[in-house]
Design a protein. Structure first.
Length: 287
């Protein structure tokens, strides 16, 4: 393609046309498509939690990081962008509907004062399926940024749906994301899956903070033997090949699963992600 054609193509770009473009975020115009947050929200760091596939425990990692930063005394919120599969409110035992005013929507407050917004908190029936097309879902995620009164937050964690589709693209384009944590598991094709998430963030100019591996191992409660249920981990080599770091390896821990079932994540202690928490602590605050 000639330079003239490239210029003509990018000059005709709009937010609507770029949203569904396979080359969004890579064209030469570098157009800033971020939208303004709610006037009553002041958020210092926005952290996206992403995965290349489903079922790797992304929401568990999101809630764990939020819990760890909250335990350190920071003000924390969770934007549940997994619209068709929301799980964050139940993990914290939140079942009421969010309330609003003329200024916007108020997030629900968990027991540990984590502020949470999820589609479940806006539905009359929390178990009702969300049967919406991509553009509608993306619009709701954007509204969670523009319409929710988050107040003063040190960290807002965005729990994104798996893959590289409409919602991750919307978040990367519309929100001022300061970095992403990639969640994966030690299974076949993990290298390809991690690379997809990594390459998307890189093409969108979003810093990759590192990788968290979930289901890394199981420790026998009787003898203490470490069992690699899903095979040997290669995440250290994969991270080194990508030029990033491993922020933590989470085992299959019955205590975490029980806390989720009890809807008591406000009292969880997850020591497996200390490296990730230290990484978050080193992030410079935006003025």
């Amino acid at each position: 393609m000639s330079e003239e054609m490239k210029q003509e193509q990018t000059e005709g770009c709009s937010e609507e046309s770029c949203a569904g473009c396979a080359h969004a975020g890579t064209c030469s115009s570098k157009k800033d498509m971020r939208v303004a947050g709610n006037a009553y929200s002041h958020i210092k760091n926005v952290i996206g939690i992403v995965s290349g596939k489903g079922g790797v425990g992304k929401s568990l990692v999101t809630a764990s990081l939020a819990r760890m930063m909250r335990a350190k005394g920071y003000s924390v919120g969770i934007l549940d962008a997994d619209i068709t599969g929301p799980s964050i409110p139940k993990m914290y035992g939140i079942h009421e509907q969010a309330q609003g005013s003329e200024e916007g929507i108020f997030p629900c407050i968990a027991q540990d004062e984590t502020r949470i917004m999820s589609i479940n908190l806006l539905m009359e029936e929390e178990d009702a399926p969300v049967i919406w097309r991509g553009p509608v879902i993306s619009g709701v995620v954007t509204q969670f940024w523009t319409d929710v009164i988050w107040g003063d937050l040190d960290y807002l964690f965005v729990d994104m749906p798996p893959g590289t589709g409409d919602v991750p693209l919307t978040v990367f384009q519309s929100l001022p994301v300061d970095g992403v944590v990639i969640v994966t598991s030690p299974q076949d094709l993990v290298q390809l899956i991690v690379k997809k998430a990594y390459n998307m963030a890189e093409q969108m100019n979003i810093p990759i903070l590192g990788i968290v591996e979930n289901y890394s191992y199981l420790k026998c409660p009787d003898c203490g033997k470490v069992i690699s249920v899903f095979g040997e981990s290669h995440i250290d080599d994969i991270a080194a090949g990508l030029g990033t770091e491993v922020l933590g390896k989470m085992p299959i821990d019955p205590a975490l699963a029980e806390a989720v079932e009890r809807e008591d994540f406000s009292n969880v202690d997850n020591p497996y992600l200390d490296g990730a928490a230290e990484k978050l602590l080193t992030m410079a605050y935006k003025e």
